[in-house]
Design a protein around this ligand. Structure first.
Ligand SMILES: Cc1ncc(COP(=O)(O)O)c(C=O)c1O
Length: 355
């Protein structure tokens, strides 16, 4: 049946707008299909969820307590709900997704004040955090309770294990919890050559929003508590937060597939490699400037303003900063060398035509 007036095309083209836009990895779909048999108990009381929880404990350490949710925003918001009361504040980077791109959900659902710190890299330091303290016990001030780190940051940069360790040590000394938005933790671990455990459990994190959807899943994320006492009420918080899946097995098997056979690492390494290749190629084009270090799967660069539309017609991407004509190109686990070359050819031709 033909439907007139549709604005989107079903074209299977790849582009560079976001790793959210990539399809589901075939192994993940296979895992969903193989779990699609018979009746199981709902809400997580099932064999598949038990198996996935065991896999997560194997990956992150036996003490961690995982809870599956549908979205990254809910993982962040519900993590904060577990750690705070409404008079608390959360220290994060200004660029953090939870500060700028979650439509105020953290504030609405928890009541906390977010303190967004300016940072060109998206990383915050012990000194930045220390500068936010000083009103402890003062009844007029929100009380800082959580430091939230984004790994990799919204600019694609990574905190090292030492940096996270230093922040955790400082935070805990000042009665603060450490949360990590790990929507892209996989690309960070791949870039640093470190295991998921080394970058979380072993460096003192309290709670992790563990991503998935940006690295090949259909739609599954998880909240991991590294101190079981913090997880005590979370089953109620998740249900009140409308994130308790009845058909939990289908979330669970996605995460299990990602953590099995190093699929997370293969996917993330590939996305990172494609970003590095793209950046290296773009550096050679006169008129294009790479604006930020490329550590993971994001390339920020300037493009001449007049060329942006024509390149975007061939390969969709987003303009990050209109004033600087700075754009963001994101690679995914399924980005191909041909996609990179295609983008480079279109950009080269567009800039040459202009010159
Ligand atoms: C760093 C980061 N955290 C959290 C999210 C939220 O994920 P979702 O869109 O699944 O709510 C995103 C989404 O792009 C993100 O980039």
């Amino acid at each position: 049946m033909r439907i007139e007036g549709l604005t989107h095309s079903p074209s299977p083209k790849h582009h560079f707008a976001s790793d959210n836009n990539s399809p589901v990895h075939a192994s993940v779909l296979d895992a969903i299909v193989s779990a699609n048999r018979g009746h199981t108990l709902a809400y997580g009381d099932d064999y598949y969820t038990e198996r996935a929880v065991a896999r997560i404990k194997q990956t992150f350490g036996a003490a961690c307590e995982p809870f599956f949710v549908f979205t990254g925003t809910s993982a962040n918001v519900l993590s904060l709900a577990a750690l705070t009361r409404s008079y608390h504040s959360v220290i994060c980077a200004e660029s953090a997704h939870l500060n700028g791109a979650e439509c105020g959900a953290p504030e609405k659902f928890t009541g906390v004040k977010l303190i967004g710190l300016r940072s060109d890299t998206g990383k915050i330091t012990v000194a930045d955090i220390e500068a936010c303290l000083g009103h402890e016990g003062d009844q007029h001030h929100n009380q800082p309770k959580v430091v939230s780190l984004t790994q990799a940051t919204d600019f694609g940069l990574c905190y090292t294990a030492d940096e996270i360790g230093a922040i955790s040590e400082f935070a805990h000394r000042h009665d603060l919890y450490v949360h990590m938005d790990g929507a892209r933790i996989y690309t960070a671990c791949a870039a640093l050559g470190r295991s998921l455990k080394a970058m979380t459990t072993d460096v003192g994190l309290d709670v992790l929003s563990l991503g998935g959807t940006k690295n090949g899943l259909l739609g599954a994320e998880a909240v991991l508590f590294f101190k079981p006492e913090l997880a005590r009420d979370f089953k109620h918080i998740r249900k009140q937060g409308m994130q308790l899946a009845s058909k939990m097995r289908f979330l669970a098997v996605q995460m299990e597939a990602l953590l099995s056979d190093d699929l997370w690492l293969t996917n993330a390494r590939h996305a990172n490699l494609m970003a590095k290749t793209l950046a290296a190629e773009l550096t050679r084009i006169p008129g294009i400037r790479i604006t930020r270090e490329v550590q993971t799967n994001m390339v920020y660069c300037t493009l001449p303003r007049q060329n942006i539309d024509v390149i975007r017609e061939a390969y969709l991407f987003y303009v990050f900063d209109e004033t600087q004509s700075e754009v963001r190109l994101v690679t995914s686990y399924d980005t191909t060398e041909a996609d990179v070359q295609g983008f480079v050819e279109v950009a080269t031709a567009a800039l040459a035509a202009e010159g």
